[in-house]
Design a protein around this ligand. Structure first.
Ligand code: ATP
Ligand code: MG
Length: 802
């Protein structure tokens, strides 16, 4: 059991491999890198790679291990690259919260790369080929047919050297010749069939200018870059799996005495790239959107670029939590958009001050204003955060006779509104947020039926949260602004850029799936005066409407304010697309609220809990047990104030997860219940007690063992409420959270397999490397299919090569 403050350490196959490399003594340090090509702006897929590479370095450094992560520009193709991209990429990495150990450029190694290529030529391992692209392709054969050598393959080393020098000197045109590795035209891995190492490009490079007209190919450059920088774990996405053999070949045959040559060579590991619903995720397609004018630029708030997400108002904290939630897996999958939205809301809830803003204003007049005796205007001090958040702060909001309220909050029909319409309709009483209750007397409409004015009578006695004198039940509190004192603002409502979840399914035709309603601009919204002074980039929750940000570019002091919607308060999209929304049961409100209403005003929650323990011996027993199990007095108190909380924690304690259970009941559960209630579910603890008693202990175990990260745990907790009776592990599987991999168990299986095949191990070590496939098959079989073949291969190599 971990202590109350022990952070859950994320575990995945990469972390397991690195742990093992350190334990085995293969490495004594960890060096990763993030290697973007500066041919576009970074997108949220890159954020996953950034969080992974920089996150690993930070984690291991935190454990006292020498660990570094470089930002390295893989700038080997001058045609598509640009300094604008270089600058934006570094800014994005830093904005995400990571400081590179070094900022490096592949171009700075061009001299060394060229020297290594010349050495390969001299060794007879590379040749200049002057075939056309088509000829080269045809000469490679197919998966079932070996390739055939071209006339250039037989050139002497001296010939090749002379020709390569001509390439470098600029004597040949683009495409006239390439340098190819001479490996094996019959290799099972097509990438080894004499791959290209250098090509001719008479182009200006953003860093080396016109110094070079030959440029190295990715497959040649990347391993050398890694090796020169002493990278230990070279992490890339799955599509590079087949390139790994070539990566190893290049290092093996070009390694020279350099700073890190005494250490084991870097190894490449692949993980699943991030694909997100309702968006496209390739720089090329994003460039199409920018160049075609479908968005306002790389930083359009609807773009999945880091620059776009930043301008949208999303904080780096939310992006990092999202990457943690998605995790590191070995199989590609499409991540549902709701996960990103969940992280954005979860992050903003605690930090975005509440404000009043009316997007579609309609006039409301308080008929008995003069009887209130406050003169022309009353300055209300309204809290900026709800009471369940510990954050303090308030601001003055002017209240006047004439207000604006939201058009949607006024009943515009001829018929009577339904009973659950808790907003403005003739005869109904609602509370104005932060002010008092009003009863609607009349709704004026124009000839077309559109509402022009709402007339209400205020109940002065309800000021400051008090009841209405006649005891009638109030609807929810509506947001409003003063007609006279509010400020006109432009509000941009963003929605998903694409109308379908998988716009890339139709290939390059993705543009036809653009969501025509992804941007709506309201030019006459009304905001409370405090919002007019917002700094560009400042974020708020407009009460009942959503989270908004003062636009970083267009919101300027002194001009009409411009706000953009970061995200709605609830998942409007899911609600609109769901066939039948969950029943909204008004009675299923959190029970705590009902309790709070009947609780005597004079008693604090702590006093209330203490009294509950005095009255109920089982609660006192829970308090005592919590102390015995090492919890603080404060936590013990919070857990033993009511029977539902106490019983839930007791279940966790019985399951051996007293501390984590307590932490999650106190810190995370209230938010999860509120979230679920907002979505229309039963968010009461009493209603969810049995469900939670089944789910929370397992969840706590997952957190303690590192099987789930904190972000994943929070997500699973909400899902556990939505899917009663489904265990957290099953939910993790259903929602595609990567399962943690137990490498220790895998190694045990490997040991058994190797012990049972001693003769084959000897043969392998004697050079029959093809036996690796046999071992992998045996391991997968012995694990009843549970072992991942790629990871099994890595682990087997470690054992067999030792
Ligand atoms: P794109 O296809 O969007 O142009 P890329 O892979 O060509 O992306 P690079 O600049 O080469 O972009 O990528 C830098 C690093 O980011 C690489 O290690 C790459 O594997 C990683 N990366 C790129 N896209 C994703 C993604 N969607 N999910 C996770 N990692 C990614
Ligand atoms: Mg690429």
């Amino acid at each position: 059991m971990s202590g109350p403050t022990a952070p859950a350490r994320p575990r995945d196959f990469l972390r397991e491999l690195i742990d093992r490399d350190l334990a085995d003594g293969r490495h004594h340090r960890v060096a990763t890198r993030f290697p973007p090509e500066p041919n576009g702006y970074l997108h949220i897929g890159h954020a996953k790679s950034i969080c992974l590479n920089f996150g690993l370095a930070a984690e291991y450094a935190g454990r006292g291990i020498a660990a570094t992560c470089n930002l390295r520009f893989d700038d080997t193709n001058p045609v598509k690259e640009d300094v604008e991209y270089v600058e934006s990429i570094e800014a994005d990495v830093r904005w995400l919260g990571f400081a590179p150990t070094a900022v490096l450029y592949a171009a700075d190694y061009f001299g060394e790369m060229h020297a290594r290529a010349v050495a390969l030529v001299d060794d007879g391992r590379a040749y200049v080929c002057e075939c056309t692209e088509d000829q080269i392709r045809a000469g490679r054969g197919t998966l079932s047919e070996p390739g055939t050598p071209c006339v250039h393959r037989g050139r002497t080393a001296a010939d090749n050297r002379a020709r390569f020098e001509q390439m470098k000197a600029g004597a040949l045109a683009d495409g006239a010749a390439v340098l190819r590795a001479k490996i094996d035209l019959a290799a099972a891995n097509m990438k080894l069939r004499d791959p290209l190492l250098y090509r001719i490009r008479h182009a200006h490079h953003h860093r080396t200018g016109d110094a070079w007209c030959i440029y190295p190919m990715y497959d040649f450059a990347h391993p050398i870059e890694d090796e020169l920088e002493g990278i230990t774990h070279s992490i890339c996405t799955l599509e590079f799996e087949n390139n790994r053999d070539l990566y190893d070949w290049v290092i093996e045959h070009t390694r020279r005495t350099q700073a890190f040559a005494a250490e084991p060579a870097p190894r490449q590991y692949e993980f699943a790239r991030l694909a997100l619903e309702y968006t496209v995720m390739s720089k090329r397609k994003l460039l199409t959107l920018v160049e075609g004018g479908h968005v306002s630029g790389w930083d359009d708030p609807r773009m999945p670029t880091i620059a776009g997400l930043r301008r949208r108002g999303i904080r780096p904290e939310a992006i990092r939590a999202f990457c943690e939630l998605v995790g590191v897996a070995k199989t590609n999958s499409m991540v549902d958009y709701g996960k990103l939205e969940y992280c954005v809301r979860d992050d903003l809830n605690a930090v975005a001050p509440r404000r009043l803003a009316v997007l579609r204003p309609v006039a409301l007049e308080i008929s008995n204003w003069d009887e209130l005796g406050v003169g022309a205007e009353e300055r209300l001090e309204v809290p900026s955060f709800p009471s369940e958040l510990a954050t303090a702060g308030s601001r003055a909001v002017p209240l006047t006779r004439e207000l604006f309220v939201e058009r949607d909050d006024v009943w515009a029909g001829d018929d009577a509104p339904p009973r659950d319409f808790q907003r403005l309709a003739v005869g109904r009483t609602v509370r104005l947020r932060g002010a008092f209750a009003v009863t609607c007397d009349a709704i004026d409409r124009d000839a077309g039926g559109a509402v022009t004015r709402v007339r209400v009578t205020a109940h002065p006695e309800s000021r400051g949260g008090g009841k209405v004198a006649d005891g009638r039940k109030l609807g929810s509190a509506l947001h409003w602004v003063s007609a006279e004192r509010s400020v006109v603002a432009e509000v941009r409502l963003y929605d998903r850029l694409f109308a379908v979840a998988r716009p890339e399914d139709g290939g390059d035709d993705f543009l036809r799936h653009l969501n025509p309603a992804s941007l709506e601009v309201i030019t006459d919204a009304r905001i409370e005066p405090a919002l007019a002074d917002a700094a560009p980039g400042e974020r708020f929750q407009f009460e009942r409407t959503g989270y908004f940000v003062a636009d970083a570019v267009d919101h300027r002091p002194g001009a009409r304010p411009v706000f953009g919607r970061i995200i709605g308060l609830r998942d409007a999209w899911a609600e609109a697309t769901k066939a039948s929304p969950p029943p909204r049961d008004a009675a299923a409100k959190p029970k705590q609220n009902a309790k709070a209403a009947t609780r005597p005003d004079s008693k604090s929650p702590a006093e209330f809990r203490a009294e509950a323990r005095r009255r109920d011996a089982t609660l006192q027993a829970t308090y005592d047990r919590a102390l015995t199990l090492g919890l603080t007095e404060g936590d013990a108190d919070l857990l033993s104030g009511d029977v539902d909380t106490a019983a839930l924690w007791e279940t966790c304690a019985d399951a051996g997860v007293a501390a984590t259970g307590a932490r999650w009941i106190i810190n995370e559960l209230p938010r999860a219940l509120a979230e679920y209630a907002k979505a229309g579910g039963d968010g009461s603890l009493s209603g969810q007690r049995d469900n939670l008693a089944a789910a929370l202990p397992e969840l706590a175990h997952m957190l303690d063992s590192g099987e789930a990260t904190a972000a994943q745990g929070k997500w699973l907790l909400v899902k556990a409420l939505e899917f009663p009776g489904e265990a957290p592990r099953a939910l993790a599987k259903r929602f595609g959270l990567p399962a943690a991999i137990d490498v220790a168990a895998l190694d045990a299986i490997i040991d058994t397999v190797l012990a049972a095949n001693v003769d084959k191990v000897t043969a392998y070590r004697g050079g029959k490397l093809g036996l690796l496939g046999f071992f992998v098959g045996q391991v997968v079989k012995a694990s009843a299919g549970a072992a991942d073949p790629t990871i099994a291969t890595e682990r087997l190599r470690l054992r067999l090569d030792a």
